[in-house]
Ligand binder design. Structure first.
Ligand code: ZN
Length: 161
């Protein structure tokens, strides 16, 4: 066997782990080698405070209710003996994940209801009414509305409780 022949083991090794991005400038860390790895891991488990600095995977950021906030990964994490890897993001550049509050969702629903409800007959349509009219076409010019296109207005409470 010549010295240039890598042999069956070497040949199969050449077929995996081909990484066109690996130009040697991108930092790569093994498990628990990344800056702040232990603290990030504890925080993602909920057993520690969120560190101000360090590197975290996307999954870890999610566990901390954070997102990369638009910044590119700065390093990568080697997993499973180098066969898998994950992007690492900077914690100090991460942003809070946006979760609409119940109040915000209610406000959005109210706004939508206002645009779909006729101000004259009170029917709520499944489509948005013409903003110049604020009424349905039936109230505007008598064009009959398809009963399947709206929800009848709720019964009015006539009794003052
Ligand atoms: Zn109407």
């Amino acid at each position: 066997m010549s010295a240039l022949d890598p042999g069956p083991a070497g040949a199969s090794h050449d077929l995996v782990d081909v990484d066109i991005y690996d130009d040697g400038t991108f930092p790569e860390f093994g498990n628990n080698q990344a800056p702040g790895a232990a603290a990030v891991r504890a925080a993602a488990r909920g057993t520690g405070p969120i560190p101000a600095e360090g590197l975290a995977t996307r999954r870890q950021l999610r566990a901390l209710n954070l997102s990369p906030g638009g910044h590119e990964p700065v390093a990568r994490l080697r997993c499973r003996g180098g066969r898998r890897w994950a992007w690492l993001y900077r914690l100090d550049l991460a942003r809070p994940k946006r979760i609409p509050t119940l109040a915000q969702e209610r406000a959005l629903d109210r706004a939508m209801a206002a645009r779909q409800t006729c101000t004259q007959c009170g029917r709520r349509y499944h489509h948005v009414l013409p903003t110049s009219l604020k009424t349905c076409l039936e109230c505007h010019d008598g064009t009959p509305a398809d009963p399947a296109s709206y929800i009848a207005p709720p019964a009015q409470h006539l009794l003052a409780a």
